[in-house]
Design a binder for this molecule. Structure first.
Ligand code: AKG
Length: 386
C-alpha cells in the first residue's frame, strides 16, 4: 500500500514521496510500443503500426514533430501572452498597465488557480467527471496566491498555434483516426509551472455519448498534446492504458484498489520538447501537482469524428444549450483551413494538407487580417463540447 498522499504537507515532501511511483511508471511507459515519428505507408496513409498501437493503448507519443525554429516561435508566443495577461482574475490590465490580452474577446483567455491545488477533484464541475480529490501540497511561501494555469482559445491569441494547427502530419493522423471529415473540438494550453502547477484530477473526457447504442472506443475523439518544453513523470499527464475501450470506468474503485490516487496501472506521458502526444479523450487520465523543478506547457488541439457531433445538443462553456448543426460545424471547421493557409505562408516548402470538407473554399479561408477579424476572432464561441 502506498503512503496516503492526502496527508503530505509540503511541496518538497510530495516530490520526495512520489519518486518510486514516478520511476516505476516511467519504466512501464517506455516499454510500451507506442512512441516514434509519424510515418506513412507507401500509399500515403498513416502507418498501420501507429494506428494499431493507438487503438490498443489509447495514446501514442509522436517524436520530433515540431522543429527547433517553430518551437522557439511557440515558446515566444506563450511568453508574450503571459506578459500581457491580466494581473489577476478580476483585473483588466497587464503588469505594464496595458489593457490585458484577451480583453477584445468574448470568452476569457485565462484561467487562474491556487498553486498546487486540485480545483476539480471531488467537485461537480465539468459534469462531476473528476470524482477523486488529489493531494494538495503546501506551496512554498513565496508562491503567489493565484497563477495562470490555462490559456483558452490558443488560435486567436497565438499565431504560432494557428500555424501548428495546420500541421500536415498531425492533420493526416486526425483523418486516419476520425475520418477525412473530422471536426474541431477546442484548443487550450495547460501551464504546469514548477512549484505551482495544479493537479488535474483523474477523469475521462466526454459527457454526451457514453450510453449511445453506437458508442465505441473513438466516439469522444482525441486531443493532440504538443509539448513545447517536454513532459516528465513529475509534471506530465498520466493515463491508464486501454481504458478508452472500457466505457465509463469506476475511478473511485481504481484509486481505492491502489491505496491512494497514485493509480498502480497508470503510466506517464514522457516527452521531449517538440513531441506531440495523441491521447484518446475516453482514457482515464490526470496529472499531479507539479512539485518538480521542470515546467510543462502543453498545447492541446482536439478533434472529433463528425458523426459524434452533427445535430448533437449539449451545453456550452457558459451553461447555455446549443446544437451542433452543419452550418455551425462548417464555420468552426474554417479554422482548420485558415490554419493550413497560415502554415503554408510560414513554411512554403512543406506539404500542404488538404482538408476534404472544405475543398474548393481555399480562397475564402486565406490567412490574412480580414479573416483574423471575421473568422478567427471569437472563433471559440463555436467550440464543440462533447
Ligand atoms: O495537461 C494536463 O495536465 C491535463 C490535460 C487533460 O486533462 C485533458 O486534456 O483533458
Amino acid at each position: 500500500m502506498q503512503p496516503n498522499s492526502q496527508k503530505i504537507s509540503t511541496a518538497h515532501d510530495h516530490h520526495d514521496s512520489m519518486r518510486g511511483y514516478l520511476k516505476d511508471g516511467e519504466e512501464r511507459a517506455l516499454h510500451l510500443p507506442n512512441r516514434g515519428p509519424i510515418t506513412y505507408n507507401d500509399d500515403g496513409s498513416i502507418s498501420k503500426a501507429i494506428l494499431d498501437a493507438y487503438w490498443e493503448y489509447g495514446f501514442y507519443v509522436f517524436k520530433d514533430v515540431i522543429g527547433a525554429e517553430e518551437l522557439q516561435e511557440l515558446r515566444a508566443d506563450v511568453e508574450r501572452v503571459l506578459d500581457g495577461a491580466p494581473r489577476s482574475r478580476s483585473d483588466e490590465f497587464d503588469r505594464h498597465g496595458r489593457p490585458a490580452i484577451g480583453s477584445q474577446f468574448r470568452r476569457p483567455a485565462f484561467s487562474f488557480s491556487k498553486p498546487l491545488s486540485d480545483p476539480l477533484g471531488g467537485t461537480d464541475l465539468n459534469h462531476g467527471r473528476h470524482p477523486v480529490k488529489m493531494a494538495e501540497p503546501e506551496p512554498d511561501q513565496d508562491a503567489p496566491d493565484e497563477f495562470i494555469d490555462l490559456l483558452i482559445g490558443n488560435l486567436q491569441i497565438m499565431d504560432s498555434c494557428l500555424r501548428l494547427y495546420g500541421h500536415p502530419d498531425l492533420l493526416s493522423v486526425a483523418a486516419a483516426i476520425n475520418g477525412d471529415d473530422f471536426v474541431p473540438f477546442n484548443e487550450v494550453a495547460f501551464l504546469k509551472e514548477p512549484g505551482l502547477g495544479v493537479s488535474v484530477a483523474w477523469h475521462q473526457d466526454g459527457t454526451t455519448h457514453w450510453n449511445s447504442p453506437d458508442w465505441d472506443q473513438g466516439t469522444h475523439g482525441f486531443n493532440f498534446m504538443a509539448q513545447i518544453y517536454g513532459s516528465t513523470p513529475s509534471n506530465g499527464v498520466w493515463v491508464v492504458p486501454g481504458t478508452h475501450k472500457q466505457g465509463r470506468v469506476d475511478i473511485k474503485a481504481l484509486v481505492e484498489q491502489s491505496g491512494s490516487e497514485r493509480i498502480d496501472s497508470a503510466v506517464p506521458m514522457v516527452c521531449d520538447a517538440g513531441d506531440v502526444v495523441i491521447s484518446n479523450r475516453q482514457l482515464v487520465h490526470g496529472s499531479f501537482a507539479n512539485t518538480s523543478k521542470e515546467r510543462r506547457v502543453t498545447l492541446n488541439m482536439g478533434f472529433l469524428p463528425r458523426k459524434s457531433v452533427i445535430n448533437v445538443t449539449n451545453v456550452n462553456f457558459a451553461g447555455r444549450k446549443q446544437t451542433y448543426d452543419e452550418a455551425r460545424v462548417h464555420q468552426r471547421s474554417r479554422m482548420i483551413a485558415i490554419g493550413i493557409d497560415a502554415r503554408q505562408q510560414r513554411f512554403p516548402h512543406e506539404r500542404r494538407y488538404v482538408y476534404q470538407p472544405l475543398v474548393g473554399e481555399e480562397e475564402q479561408n486565406r490567412w490574412n487580417e480580414e479573416t483574423r477579424e471575421s473568422v478567427v476572432k471569437d472563433y471559440n464561441l463555436l467550440d464543440v463540447h462533447l
